[in-house]
Write a protein that binds this ligand. Structure first.
Ligand SMILES: [Zn+2]
Length: 232
């Protein structure tokens, strides 16, 4: 079997779980990152993009860490842990939310970038792309990319489809907009062949808190387990 680097999706890292967004407590997040640093090789999104473009190699046991939405705890809670373990990551920011209460500010985005965190786009308005027309999809992809590049002062190469929703047209427009790769959510169990414009990810919930959870999710066993539970 060819190794497919697991991509983990985090949302909020916060002591207060009272929200409809998947949230991990800072303690659980710190423990998971310590485990990751010990047994896995967290790779830079740039390295994964190069590998997807068949221009580079990945280390054994490669994993990528991602955050969706760009809530401010990505900076206040997650960044110190990532920096402590030297874990690279991608943060997918909703462009229109930059500087809004509870979300990352321009300075925080720049600070994350300065610490080696890759800033990606999560569209302008967190749009569920399958329900938008072509021009709207194009604007969501192109405008968010431009805006975030201007905010961060660096290229925005990665995209994450809000709600994991994409269409054949959205993929094509993502490529046309100049992204290098796009992430969806974990839909279905088939991870091979790898689709650079719809990379499947593993969502981390509070229920992923047990010490075995991260190992289970990073290893192939998780997919086997999912397949047994929910044949598709
Ligand atoms: Zn989202």
């Amino acid at each position: 079997m060819i190794w497919y680097p697991p991509i983990l999706t985090y949302h909020r890292v916060h002591p207060d779980p009272a929200t409809d967004t998947p949230t991990l407590s800072p303690m659980v997040f710190a423990r998971q990152m310590a485990q990751l640093a010990q047994r896995w090789h967290a790779v830079d999104p740039d390295a994964l993009a190069a590998w997807l473009e068949r221009r580079g190699r990945l280390p054994a046991r490669a994993v990528m860490v991602t955050f969706d939405d760009g809530t401010e705890d990505t900076y206040t809670q997650a960044l110190p842990v990532l920096a402590r373990h030297r874990i690279p990551a991608a943060v997918f920011m909703i462009a229109d939310n930059v500087g809004r209460p509870g979300f990352l500010t321009r300075d925080q985005l720049r600070a994350l970038h300065g610490h080696g965190v890759t800033i990606g786009s999560h569209t302008v308005y967190h749009a569920y792309l399958p329900s938008r027309d072509r021009d709207q999809v194009r604007r969501e992809l192109v405008d968010s990319k431009r805006f975030l590049e201007d905010q961060v002062g660096a290229p925005v190469d990665w995209l994450s489809y809000p709600g994991g929703g994409y269409t054949a047209e959205a993929r094509r427009l993502a490529e046309e907009a100049g992204y290098r790769a796009a992430c969806t959510t974990n839909r279905g169990t088939r991870r091979w062949p790898i689709d650079r414009w719809a990379l499947r990810r593993i969502t981390m919930h509070a229920s992923s808190a047990s010490p075995a959870a991260i190992w289970l999710r990073c290893s192939g066993y998780y997919n086997t387990f999912r397949r047994l539970r929910a044949p598709s």
